[in-house]
Design a protein around this ligand. Structure first.
Ligand code: C2O
Ligand code: CU
Length: 508
């Protein structure tokens, strides 16, 4: 553990990432170039500057704002050094010592993207495309943006080092807009604010701290050795440590993303005031729900309206009330409702947001049972597996295009829940049902010990990442399509993902 540095809270203003401009634009398409660079950035008044890797040389990367059905071409350019500045474990699959450390590949998380542009973990490339991974296909990616209005994010997805590349700073937001969203008259412009939340640890000189071993004294472990999972000790929003935001007494719309490697956030306002939730990972809910707190695991997003109109003069802290949180990680950021109203708030807070078609069990062509299990690897480290299989094992999830499937995820790992993410599609959560774990381990049969519980209000609607708690069967339903090809599904705790908790999936 690094020597603890005490960073004063709420001394830096919340930065808003820049919106990216295309290099070329037509009526129906646009072309962008984004270069991944090493750079230094101040993350707190009393820190740094901190060495980072980021898209466009910033952390978070710039925000894309695109229209539904606009074809977006992006040339992702790698200008990173060949050597990583974080500890690379060369004992894990896809991260062998012979491979270049400065390899990257970009995934648009939540996007309905053709397989050739999805950022397959083995489609990596190094600086100037000098070296490329076995499944590298093309330099310019195509995003058709056929999804409705929603908040996606883009981040690194390189096999074996995703956790290090994302921790180094390779993440940014990507917003799809549409007419329907515009018709809702939600708070916009400077009243619509992205909150990309991460945890990071620091060395006293301001450099990023990432552990090189779970236990320094264990001689049986390789060095460096992956730590699984890693929760850092400081919270940052949009690249600042515990920032503050001056707000007017009016409604704001917040696009919240947990971009931490593994940390589980449970967010709540210390004023006790509610969030009006209008959307999930995959866009708008059918109706607005009023909630006081919600869990956000790695990669999950929510779209929230907060109404500060009754709070003039107050200072409100956004808290993380997850039970395991340390005193350093219970505060996220501060809102200061101190700016006088500049103009009347004419935005709306609609109750009805639009029709949402629910998929039903009887539409399913197939039901898959997939078990999350934990074994040990050759060094005695915990190895979490999807259905007991390794990354290189033969593809078992082969799905006929445009058919509906139910996936029942059976979690028998007695630990924190895992955020399970599927590429290409959005799914709906059907329910979670508790079962007798020891009976299942003995016989392979499921005996339920309670009724199924429906998803929480904040999980209704369209999702691409789901919390799968221990001792529950978490059931999701999706139509797999419209593209065919090879994708992945995985745990979004990046330390797990890098250590075998990822599997290919083929749409045929
Ligand atoms: Cu956010 Cu497969 O990733
Ligand atoms: Cu996991």
């Amino acid at each position: 553990m690094p020597e603890k540095i005490k960073l004063q809270k709420f001394v830096d203003e919340l930065p808003i990432p820049n919106t990216l401009s295309p290099k070329k634009r037509s009526n129906t398409s646009s072309y962008y170039e984004v270069t991944m660079k090493e750079f230094s950035q101040k993350l707190h008044r009393d820190l740094g500057p901190t060495r980072l890797w980021g898209y466009g040389g910033t952390f978070p990367g710039p925000t894309f704002e695109v229209m539904k059905n606009e074809t977006v071409y992006v040339k992702w350019v790698n200008d990173l050094p060949n050597k990583h500045f974080l500890p690379v474990d060369t004992t894990i699959h896809g991260s062998e010592i012979t491979l270049p450390e400065g390899r990257t590949v970009v995934h648009l998380h939540g996007g309905t993207t053709p397989a050739h542009s999805d950022g397959y973990p083995e489609a990596w490339f190094t600086r100037n495309f000098q070296q490329t991974g076995p499944l590298f296909e093309r330099e310019v990616y195509t995003y058709p943006n056929i999804d409705r209005a929603m908040a996606l994010w883009y981040h690194d997805h390189t096999v074996g080092i995703t956790r290090l590349n994302v921790y180094a700073g390779l993440a940014g937001l990507y917003l799809i807009r549409d007419r329907h969203e515009q018709s809702l008259n939600l708070p916009k412009g400077k009243y619509e604010i992205p909150l990309l939340i991460v945890d990071r640890s620091f060395n006293p000189d301001g450099s990023l701290y990432y552990p090189s071993k779970p236990d320094q004294n264990d001689p049986g472990l390789p060095h460096p050795s992956l730590v699984s999972p890693f929760d850092a000790d400081t919270i940052l929003v949009n690249g600042k440590v515990y920032p503050f935001l001056d707000v007017e007494p009016r409604k704001y719309r917040f696009r919240i993303l947990n971009a931490s490697n593994s940390r589980i956030l449970t967010l709540k306002m210390d004023s006790g005031q509610p969030f009006y939730q209008i959307g999930t990972d995959g866009g708008f809910l059918e109706t607005t729900v009023k909630i006081n707190e919600f869990i956000l695991m790695s990669a999950e997003r929510v779209d929230m309206i907060i109404d500060f109109s009754q709070s003039y003069g107050q200072t409100i802290i956004l808290k993380n009330v997850t039970k395991s949180a340390s005193p350093e990680t219970t505060d996220v950021m501060q809102f200061r409702v101190t700016v006088p109203l500049t103009s009347r708030d004419t935005s709306s807070l609609p109750f009805y947001l639009g029709k949402f078609e629910r998929l039903s069990l009887r539409m399913a062509r197939r039901i898959r049972y997939l078990t999350l299990v934990r074994i040990k690897d050759q060094y005695g480290r915990s190895l979490n597996l999807l259905d007991g299989k390794m990354w290189i094992d033969r593809i078992s999830e082969r799905i006929e295009v445009n058919t509906v499937e139910v996936w029942r995820i059976i979690n028998i790992i007695d630990d924190d829940p895992h955020p399970i993410h599927l590429h290409l599609i959005d799914f709906q959560i059907l329910d979670r049902q508790p079962f007798d774990v020891s009976h299942f381990q003995k016989t392979g049969n499921l005996i339920f010990t309670g009724p199924p519980t429906p998803p929480n209000p904040y999980e209704m609607g369209s999702k691409d990442t789901v919390r799968t708690p221990f001792g529950y069967v978490t059931s999701i339903i999706a139509r797999f399509g419209p593209f065919t090809g090879r994708y992945v599904w995985h745990c979004h705790m990046l330390e797990h993902e890098d250590h075998e908790m990822m599997r290919p999936m083929e749409i045929i």
